[in-house]
Design a protein around this ligand. Structure first.
Ligand code: PLP
Length: 373
């Protein structure tokens, strides 16, 4: 059997990782400014993480959601404290798309409505409703195109208010900072107006923090830079540092009903031990603060680099927009300088390093970038 060939691959076989570095099968060392698509939060192969998961798999890897799981309870309590959402409830699933799927479903159960508002360039995942809310016709199959979603321009307060005033919108789903869309930041003014309009028209506000959350921007969630509180928050990627896991944080507005949501694998013992180990390291190594400090430094340094059209971002979620397509630049960074980076569209280089990136590693990246520009 062959693999279903949907991923354009770099010809590199990564076999080992440590902190912000990975190594290929030939022993070549790379600086990881991409974190496997924002997934590696505490760094590759962190010893505490390795020890926690190893111990858990040797004790109990899995049992179903029909029994008490104290690891889930611990995670809910710890995540509530770490994020400032202690009064919210937690529902655990396995991937970002699944988190958004459940958020939209719960919003529809709650409001009895079916219309969704999303934004231009939004990315919310590749399953049913999540992909329908994603502004990319190439990945929406005919079976997903069910007319639930209206896409509006990001930061257009008037357009948003006019649409919500129709009174039939189930949910607005918006990324804390658009990632796949090219590191585009919703303005604080827009988020406050959105919060107000959602409350006025009884529309559920869902904040997708799958890429921008979990400390990446220097606060636990990107929307916390503006001070608003959404009705639901979706998280994935960094929550498990590579262990497939996701969560949905749900405001006390929503009353849980037995059987309304459910999953076989979500919140299993092994996944919870990974997520708890991640939160331990967040606390011990002050990773949210590190993302703020190193991110601010990196952003400032990048603004001095010649040849970049625009530098955008917050913390360690950074986009570098170039006049020219970046395909060649990214390949040279990888093969000549041994640095992993990401891309958004054709012209934006995307940086999503592990949150433990040091100032020295940030400087190393700047030097390497200068060499290929
Ligand atoms: C903002 C956002 N939402 C949702 C998703 C989907 O997550 P997953 O690939 O885990 O389903 C992603 C993945 O890149 C994302 O960046």
């Amino acid at each position: 059997m062959k693999l279903f060939d949907v991923y354009p691959l770099f010809d590199v076989n990564i076999v080992k990782g440590k902190g912000c570095r990975v190594w290929d099968d030939k022993g070549v060392e790379y600086l990881d400014l991409y974190g496997g698509h924002a997934v590696i939060s505490i760094g590759h192969a962190h010893p505490h993480y390795v020890e926690s998961i190893s111990r858990q798999v040797g004790t109990l890897g899995f049992y179903s959601n029909s029994v008490v799981n104290t690891l889930q309870q611990q995670l809910a309590e710890r995540l509530g404290k770490a994020s400032g959402y202690e009064d919210y409830s937690l529902f655990l699933i396995n991937s970002g798309a699944e988190a958004n799927e459940n958020a939209l479903k719960l919003a529809s159960f709650h409001t009895g409505r079916t219309r969704i508002i999303s934004f231009s360039k939004a990315f919310h995942g590749r399953t049913s409703l999540a992909v329908e809310a994603t502004d990319n016709p190439k990945i929406i199959a005919p079976i997903n195109a069910n007319g639930h979603v209206t896409y509006l321009p990001l930061n257009d307060i008037e357009a948003m208010q006019a649409e919500l005033a129709k009174g039939d919108v189930c949910a607005v789903i918006i990324e804390g900072i658009q990632g796949v869309g090219g590191i585009r930041i919703p303005s604080s003014k827009f988020l406050h107006a959105l919060r107000k309009a959602c409350t006025k028209y009884a529309t559920v506000l869902i904040m997708d923090e799958i890429q921008s959350g979990y400390g990446r921007t220097g606060k636990f969630f990107a929307h916390q830079h503006s001070g608003i509180r959404p009705d639901m928050i979706t998280v994935a990627k960094g929550i498990g540092n590579g262990f497939p896991m996701a969560g949905l944080l749900i405001s006390p507005l929503f009353i849980p009903l037995y059987g309304q949501l459910g999953t076989t694998f979500g919140g299993n013992h092994l996944a919870c031990s990974a997520a708890l180990a991640v939160l331990d390291v967040f606390e011990q190594e002050h990773l949210v603060e590190n993302a703020a400090k190193v991110g601010e430094y990196l952003l400032e340094q990048l603004k001095q680099v010649k040849g970049i059209k625009e530098v955008r971002g917050k913390g360690l979620m950074i986009g570098l927009e170039f006049e020219e397509p970046i395909k060649e630049l990214r390949l040279r960074l990888l093969h000549e300088q041994h640095v992993f980076t990401g891309a958004s569209g054709t012209n934006v280089l995307r940086l999503l390093p592990p949150l433990c990136l040091s100032i020295e590693e940030a400087n190393e990246f700047i030097n390497k970038l200068n060499k290929v520009l």
